[in-house]
Design a protein. Sequence first.
Length: 319
Amino acid sequence: MRHSTIRQLEVFEAIARLKSFTRAAEELCLTQPTVSMQIRKLTNEIGLPLFEQVGKKIYLTDAGAALYQTCLGVFEHFSRFEMIVSDMKGLKSGKLRLAVVTTAKYFTPRLLGMFCREYPGVDVTLKVTNRERVLERLTNNQDDLYILGQIPDAVDATTEMFLDNPLVVLASADHPLVNEKSITIARICEEPFIMRESGSGTRMATEQFFSEHNRKLRVRMELGSNEAIKQAVVGGLGIAVLSRHTLVLDAPMGQLAVLDVEGFPIKRHWYFAYPSGKQLSVVAQTFLQYLRQASEFLEDLSCRYAISGHCPLIKCNAT
Ligand code: PGA
């Protein structure tokens, strides 16, 4: 293979991935005869066919499949090499693709803001969606890093905890239970409850908590957004269990209260995760390092903006 070029491997990789000469030519901005010629040269060099066509479909031969795996490794190494060189030049640059669960949106953009100020050459894309969809993306290896509220059990992932994520019971500030101490779980179950949508990690943890205590909630309404739930609670439609992080900055001022309920807050944590065996880019590794250091700052931030534990009224106007 000494005479094969990187360009030929790029062409081959695109065809193998897209299963089409035409789409590969489009993606690489080449003409189809050029693509075919590059593959002919590569095939001659290797001495075995790389593709076979059955009907209109293209399949990799055994030699093609082995070469495809080799290409993936080679390109991964090249991209790491490029980042290492940028690193040596002191230019942390490249792409960072993050996918986080809905509730992590209360701190992730702030973290990214600080990170991007430090590394202006980094381009970030942030996908915010519920736990179920984040797990789908993790399984399909669509991003560099993921942030979720519980270690994925069905996917082989490397995880690390970096921050507390207590779940608290919220009621409107004029709710009759606001000044009560040690409210029982049975009493909470008499109240109309506003629940996150199915697929949400908050919902999963809440349901698990009440089922472990052999109690059933009176769910009055399901809403797919923490913000909508807070507004519904303020509007007196019911009580809810949400992460304390949702109270950062934009909690409806003085209109929400954290109830003092037995067994609360539910102790959860934030984890970052990536598929086991994934070679993290230098940028992703730098962000992980940054997350570890920033967790102290975040702890401090969430304590300053929303009182933890059982304090009735949420102080949301702290500076
Ligand atoms: P959610 O996830 O935003 O999907 O509810 C939060 C969590 O898992 O804690």
